[in-house]
Design a protein around this ligand. Structure first.
Ligand code: ATP
Length: 605
C-alpha cells in the first residue's frame, strides 16, 4: 500500500485526536499511536482504518474513555473519511458547523456522550450520510432538516432535549427512526406506517399517528385573516399561470432555435434485481481516481426478514441477530466471478465477510440443505459459514472476516512471496491437503466438494493458519465451468464427466494448481489465457530445470530435491484424466509425508 494522505492531513488528524483526548486518562494522541513520526495507514493508529489506496476511511473509538471535544475543522481535512464512530465516551461541547466539510461521511455515530447545543444545519448538506446516531446526549434546538440527504436510512436521536416540530424526513427510505424522550411538539408527519409509538413517546406536546394522542382541531380563522389568505392564494394562482405561460413560450422558442442537439447521458442508473436501493456511491479522491464504496447491506433488507436468515454459529460470545447484520456498515471488498463480497462491521467490533451469490441455479431447499450439511462438518482449517440467507432472488452467506488476507495476496501481493519461505509453503500445502481430504470424506455421501479451490479462497487466521473458505459454494455445473475457465486446458476433460465423483476430482486438480503456485510463485490468471499447469509441464518436459521454481525459494536455499518431489505430487493432481488423479486422501498423505521429511531434515542439520 502506498500512503497518500499528505502531511497537512496527518497534522490535522493528530490535532483532532489531541482535542478528543483532552481530560481523558489517556491524555494525548501519542498514547493512541497517532503521531507525526508514523503513518495512519501503515503504522498502528488505534481506531483508524484506511482504504487500499491509503486514505483514512474510518475512525472508530467507541467506549474509549475519551473526555474531550471534536475538532471538526481538523478532522474534515481527511476528505475520504466515511465513518466516524465515537459512541459511549464522555465527549462534550457543540458540534461545529465545520462538520459540513466532511463530505464523504456515511456514518456518524455520537451516541451516549455529553454533547450539547444545537445540531448545525450544515449536517443537512452531508449528502452521503446514511446513519446519524446522536442518541443519549444533551442536544437542544431543532432536529436538523435532512431533505437533501437522500440516502439517510437511520436517525437515532432519542433521550436528548430537542424541541420544535419534526421536520419532513423521507420516511419511505428511513429504516430506523427514534426521537423519543425529547421536547418535540406538533403533528407527527406521515411515517408511512413504518414506525410505532415508541419512536415518538416521551414528547409531551407531540400528537397524531402513531401516538394515541390526537391533535386538537385547528381553530377557525378570523374573517380578515381568511380574506388575506384568499388574496394570497389567488395571486399565487395568477403568478403560477404566468410562469407556465412563459415556460411554454420559452420551450417553443428553443424548439425552433435548436434543430438537433446530441443527447448527453451523464448519469447511469442501474437497477439491481432484488429491489436493491443504490447504496453504492462513487466519488473522486484528491488524485481524481474514482473510489467506490458500498457501506451497509441495506440493499438487501427490503426483502429480508428474520425468519429467512439462518444463524449457524455466532462469531463471538454473543448471539448474532438479524438486525446486527442489517444495521452494520458494509464495504464492498470485491466482485468475484460468482458474486460480490462485503466486509460487514458488527457493533461489537466483529467483522464478517458476507458473500452475495449471483446466478446460482439451485433451489432454496437445496441451498439450505447444503449449508446445514457443510456447517455440521468442522475442521480447524476450514471456515464454517456463520449465517446464511436465501430468497428467490439472492443468496447470502457470512463468514468471519480474515484480516490477514489470502494466499493469493501472500504470494503475489506487494511482498511477492519474499518473506514466504519453503517451510511455510510446505506447511500450508500439508494443512490444506489434510483439511480438504477430511471434508471430502465427511461430505462424500452428500456429494458436496469445494468446487472453487484457489489461492484467493485460502485465507489466513489471526495466527496465520491457512483456512479454506467458501467450501461447497458451487454446484456441479458451475464447478465444471469454473475448472474450465481456470485451466483453459483443452486436454483436461474435467468437465466432460459430470456427477459428484468428477466434482471431487476437480478439487484435486485445483489443489495441484495451488501446489504449482506455491512452487513457482506465478499467478494463475483466469482471464489472460495463461495456463500455469501447461507452462510448468512444457518447461519441465523440455529441460527438467529449476527455471520453474520461484526465485525467492532458490535464493533462500530451498532444497531442489524436495521442490521436485512436491512438483511430482502436483503433476499427479493435474493429470488431464480425472480417473488418473489420486484421491484427496492420497494427496494429503503424500504432502504430509513431504512435510514430515522436511521437518526431520531441518532437525538433523
Ligand atoms: N472471509 C473473508 N475474509 C477476508 N477476505 C475474504 C474473505 N472471503 C473472501 N475474501 C477475499 O475477498 C476477495 C473477493 O472474494 P470473492 O469470493 O468475492 O471473489 P473471488 O474468490 O475472487 O471470486 P469467486 O467469485 O470465484 O469466489 C478475495 O480477494 C478474497 O480473498
Amino acid at each position: 500500500m502506498t500512503y497518500s494522505e499528505d502531511g497537512v492531513v496527518k497534522q490535522a488528524l493528530v490535532r483532532f485526536m489531541d482535542q478528543l483526548a483532552v481530560g481523558s486518562p489517556q491524555r494525548n494522541a501519542w498514547y493512541w499511536g497517532w503521531n507525526l513520526a508514523s503513518d495512519p495507514c501503515t503504522s498502528i493508529w488505534q481506531g483508524v482504518t484506511c482504504s487500499e489506496e491509503g486514505y483514512v476511511e474510518a475512525i472508530v473509538l467507541d467506549g474509549s474513555s475519551l473526555y474531550g471535544t471534536i475538532d471538526f475543522t481538523s478532522l474534515c481535512k481527511a476528505m475520504s473519511l466515511q465513518i466516524l464512530s465515537l459512541n459511549r465516551n464522555s465527549l462534550h461541547g457543540f458540534i461545529s458547523k465545520d462538520i459540513g466539510a466532511c463530505k464523504s461521511l456515511t456514518h456518524l455515530y455520537l451516541s451516549e456522550n455529553n454533547f450539547s447545543g444545537d445540531l448545525p444545519s450544515s449536517l443537512g448538506g452531508l449528502e452521503n450520510l446514511h446513519w446519524l446516531h446522536v442518541a443519549n446526549n444533551k442536544f437542544t434546538g431543532e432536529l436538523p432538516n435532512m431533505v437533501h440527504v437522500p440516502g439517510l436510512i437511520s436517525l437515532l436521536a432519542e433521550n436528548n432535549k430537542f424541541s420544535g416540530e419534526i421536520p419532513d424526513f423521507d420516511f419511505s427510505k428511513l429504516m430506523e427512526f427514534n426521537v423519543s424522550n425529547n421536547n418535540l411538539e406538533g403533528l407527527i408527519p406521515d411515517v408511512k406506517g413504518k414506525f410505532q409509538s415508541d419512536s415518538f413517546s416521551g414528547n409531551r406536546n407531540l400528537c397524531g399517528n402513531p401516538l394515541p394522542m390526537a391533535c386538537p382541531p385547528t381553530p377557525p380563522k378570523k374573517d380578515r385573516e381568511s380574506l388575506i389568505n384568499s388574496l394570497a392564494i389567488y395571486s399565487g394562482y395568477a403568478l403560477l399561470a404566468l410562469i407556465i405561460l412563459f415556460f411554454f413560450a420559452y420551450k417553443l422558442i428553443r424548439k425552433f432555435k435548436a434543430k438537433k442537439e446530441p443527447l448527453i447521458v451523464n448519469k447511469e442508473v442501474t437497477h439491481e434485481p432484488s429491489g436493491v436501493t443504490p447504496t453504492e456511491f462513487s466519488f473522486e479522491n484528491k488524485s481524481g481516481i474514482e473510489m467506490k464504496s458500498e457501506y451497509s447491506m441495506t440493499s438487501l433488507e427490503s426483502e429480508m426478514n428474520t425468519s429467512t436468515l439462518v444463524v449457524l454459529s455466532s462469531p463471538g460470545p454473543y448471539a448474532l441477530r438479524f438486525e446486527d447484520i442489517l444495521r452494520a456498515p458494509a464495504e464492498l471488498v470485491g466482485r468475484g466471478m460468482h458474486g460480490s463480497l462485503y466486509k460487514v462491521w458488527l457493533d461489537n467490533g466483529v467483522f464478517l465477510a458476507v458473500k452475495r451469490i449471483r446466478d446460482w441455479g439451485i433451489s432454496n431447499q437445496d441451498f439450505e440443505r447444503r449449508m446445514n450439511k457443510i456447517s455440521q462438518v468442522k475442521h480447524p482449517y476450514v471456515m464454517s459459514p456463520v449465517v446464511y440467507y436465501c430468497s428467490r432472488l439472492e443468496k447470502l452467506l457470512a463468514y468471519e472476516y480474515m484480516e490477514n488476507g489470502s494466499l493469493f495476496k501472500m504470494l503475489h501481493g506487494s511482498q511477492s512471496g519474499q518473506s514466504f519461505d519453503w517451510g511455510s509453503r510446505l506447511s500450508i500445502a500439508a494443512n490444506i491437503a489434510d483439511a480438504l481430504a477430511y471434508m471430502h470424506e465427511e461430505l462424500r455421501e452428500s456429494g458436496i466438494a469445494h468446487g472453487n479451490i484457489k489461492s484467493n479462497n485460502i485465507l489466513f487466521s489471526k495466527n496465520m493458519d491457512p483456512c479454506i473458505s467458501e467450501y461447497g459454494l458451487m454446484v456441479i455445473e458451475t464447478q465444471a465451468q469454473s475448472a474450465l475457465s481456470r485451466t483453459r486446458s483443452k486436454k483436461s476433460n474435467n468437465v466432460t464427466t459430470h456427477g459428484a465423483y468428477s466434482t471431487f476430482k476437480v478439487d484435486v486438480y485445483a489443489f495441484g494448481v495451488i501446489l504449482l503456485e506455491l512452487l513457482t510463485g506465478k499467478v494463475v490468471q483466469e482471464n489472460s489465457g495463461f495456463d500455469l499447469a501447461q507452462w510448468v509441464n512444457s518447461v519441465v518436459r523440455e529441460e527438467w530445470t529449476v527455471e520453474v521454481f520461484d526465485k525467492h525459494l532458490i535464493s533462500q536455499g530451498a532444497s531442489e530435491e524436495r521442490m521436485v518431489n512436491m512438483l511430482q505430487v502436483a503433476f499427479k493432481c493435474i493429470n488431464p484424466s480425472p480417473d488418473e488423479r489420486p484421491s484427496m486422501i492420497e494427496v494429503a498423505a503424500m504432502t504430509i509425508s513431504l512435510k514430515e521429511e522436511d521437518d526431520r531434515s531441518s532437525i538433523t542439520f
